[in-house]
Design a protein around this ligand. Structure first.
Ligand code: MN
Length: 295
């Protein structure tokens, strides 16, 4: 199933929804209530519920039988599928070829950094920055794992049981701040610098997260193209590694790193500008498009 967070154009409270086909979203609050299943409004709260997937299935079945809660995609406003993650954990240099591209040694262990949760935006939202504050804004196509069940000190063999599903992410980066500061948190955490979407695809629908084509296009030109089979550390190893240091909680996001072709290492460099359109795509997960704007 594909889960998203939505608003309605009439300005009523937001709700978590299931996208059942290209044209249709089911309002899980409304359909769930009618079916006798209580579903929280926020996806992060839903993922913390016992048997959340079964609850969603019951609500969707009821909607499909009765039409209750069924919405046309044109009548809803898409938001980030996870609007308020507790943590946004990121991994640097996790594609063999990307590490080589920047002349960095292949790490023995994952290199973790963080983006602040306030940087999260959704599909169609605007990536915005002040061009006087940063002049080197770059894209990074990434597979994002979303934590489902709390994970603390889990082994790699059981780590994927703690993953609710996957998203497409763009680890937008202000390279001048990132490289000038000596550590990365400011350059990675500007407001709007963590687009995610278009929906959370539940883990049961992803056969192998380590065998997915991944790409990035800027204004229709393909600048990154790889596969998650090039990941140095897989999702299972990353979840296990993180969970030894800190507890992963439902709704936490794990950006798994980017393949070669980011703008800063291109010759000549490709930096994002006002009006640029960035699309990140992952086979079977979806495409995430955002427009850039000076603000
Ligand atoms: Mn990254």
């Amino acid at each position: 199933m594909r889960l998203g967070q939505y608003g309605t154009t009439d300005g009523t409270q937001g709700w978590v929804g299931a996208k059942t086909d290209d044209r249709t979203v089911v309002d899980l609050i409304e359909a769930g209530a009618a079916a006798g299943v209580e579903i929280p409004r926020e996806s992060t709260d839903l993922l913390a519920e016992w048997e959340w997937r079964r609850k969603v299935e019951l609500a969707v079945e009821y909607a499909e039988e009765t039409g209750v809660g069924v919405r046309d995609v044109d009548d809803v406003e898409r938001q980030a599928p996870i609007r308020t993650p507790g943590k946004v954990v990121c991994v640097g240099l996790n594609y063999r070829d990307h590490a080589e591209e920047g002349d960095n040694p292949i790490p023995d262990e994952p290199v973790l950094f963080s983006k602040f949760p306030t940087s999260v935006i959704g599909p169609g939202d605007t990536i915005a920055w002040d061009p006087d504050y940063t002049e080197k804004v770059d894209y990074e196509a990434e597979l994002v794992a979303v934590v489902g069940r709390e994970a603390r000190r889990v082994d790699p063999e059981e780590a994927l049981d703690h993953v609710a599903g996957y998203l497409v992410g763009n680890d937008v980066s202000a390279r001048d701040l990132q490289h000038g500061d000596g550590q990365w948190v400011r350059g990675k955490s500007l407001d709007t610098f963590a687009p995610i979407g278009p929906e959370l695809v539940t883990a049961n629908e992803v056969d192998d997260p380590h065998d997915l084509d991944i790409w990035a296009e800027v204004n229709g030109e393909r600048l990154q193209e790889s596969t998650t089979s090039n990941l140095i550390f897989g999702v299972d190893e990353l979840v296990s590694f993180c969970s030894r240091a800190f507890t992963l909680e439902p709704g936490d996001l794990l950006f798994t790193g980017t393949p070669p072709g980011v703008g800063v290492y291109r010759d000549p460099p490709v930096l994002l500008e006002d009006g640029d359109e960035v699309t990140i795509g992952i086979d079977g997960i979806g495409e995430l498009t955002n427009t850039c704007s000076y603000a």
